[in-house]
Design a protein around this ligand. Structure first.
Ligand code: MN
Length: 306
């Protein structure tokens, strides 16, 4: 076993997207190699409908996949190819934009006005950037949920874990997307293959993720024998935790337990040319996309696809 060191913990930052959706961004639009193959992660939990109901009206995507995971409320979506549907609590949509779609995503709160959900962007390798668009909509009931003897629960949204396989398939970034709940006070380890780039996103409770130099379970006080020591605050709500290389992630859950997404994928290691919702390899490809958006040839018909 080799512990993955914690490279960085940082809070998601407030941002406004779409037509005025107040969300928190854990990463995105900075260094795309940092969490390659993942480009962006937004947490659009909000309890005030005025801060999310204008939603994300018509916008394009090309060259990426967007993964939407809804916890409360719903997200209605529709696109230029005639696809439409509604994601409910616990549902996941894995959308491969490929050569291009125009779509809208409109969040609606639950009876108490709460809208909770996440959107992750995964990059596509150059060989698949212009692949045909594809949707995989997964109902909550079809997502395997495994509970360990100690009460740790893992929803396997994508990939294989603890002998279960999530229903989404054929994804270039070979992702593993887990929704993990660890009971109060418990120390728990998760094996993640070494080749994967890995992050956690804490969204309930608190936990201390083990560092190579700081075994899990050792929560240091500010004062030890009269001298100051460095304190790593436990990761709480809306914290991104980036891991280095190793095969194991270990967390010590705080007094209220901890719930986090544990996401990993194989790095693509290609140049990234990024303009808003379009992510290609070169500036030339970006210019082509912009030209096609202007002249109406952005959307490929089925006959154009390989
Ligand atoms: Mn979108």
């Amino acid at each position: 076993m080799s512990l993955r060191p914690v490279i960085e913990t940082r809070p998601a930052r407030p941002a406004i997207e779409g037509a005025g959706v107040h969300l928190h961004r854990a990463f995105g639009f900075q260094d795309p190699s940092e969490l390659d193959p993942f480009l962006l992660f937004d947490d659009f939990r909000n309890d005030d409908p005025a801060k999310y109901s204008r939603g994300f009206p018509w916008h394009p995507h090309r060259g990426i996949e967007t993964i939407t995971y809804v916890l409360s409320g719903t997200v209605a979506h529709g696109d230029s190819l005639g696809n439409a549907g509604t994601l409910a609590a616990g549902d996941v949509q894995w959308m491969t934009a490929g050569s291009g779609i125009l779509h809208q995503e409109m969040p609606r709160g639950n009876a108490r006005g709460q809208m909770h959900g996440f959107q992750l962007w995964a990059n596509l390798p150059s060989s698949l950037k212009m692949t045909a668009p594809r949707y995989q909509d997964v109902k909550s009931a079809d997502i395997p949920e495994v509970t360990d003897d100690d009460g740790t629960t893992v929803r396997v949204i994508v990939g294989s874990f603890w002998g279960r396989r999530g229903p989404v398939d054929g994804i270039a970034a070979d992702p593993q997307y887990l929704d993990v709940t660890v009971p109060p006070g418990l120390k728990k380890s998760f094996r993640i293959d070494t080749y994967r780039r890995t992050f956690a996103y804490v969204f309930e409770g608190t936990g201390t993720f083990a560092d190579a130099s700081r075994p899990a379970g050792v929560l240091l006080d500010k004062e030890v024998a009269g001298r100051e020591v460095t304190v790593r605050d436990p990761s709480g709500d809306r914290t991104l935790v980036r891991f280095g290389t190793g095969d194991t992630v270990t967390v010590q859950a705080g007094p209220a337990g901890v719930r986090f997404l544990l996401v990993s994928g194989a790095p693509i290691r290609e140049p990234v040319a990024w303009h808003g919702p379009i992510v290609m390899n070169t500036q030339e490809e970006l210019r082509t996309a912009m030209t096609e958006l202007r002249n109406g040839s952005f959307i490929r018909s089925a006959a154009d696809q390989d």
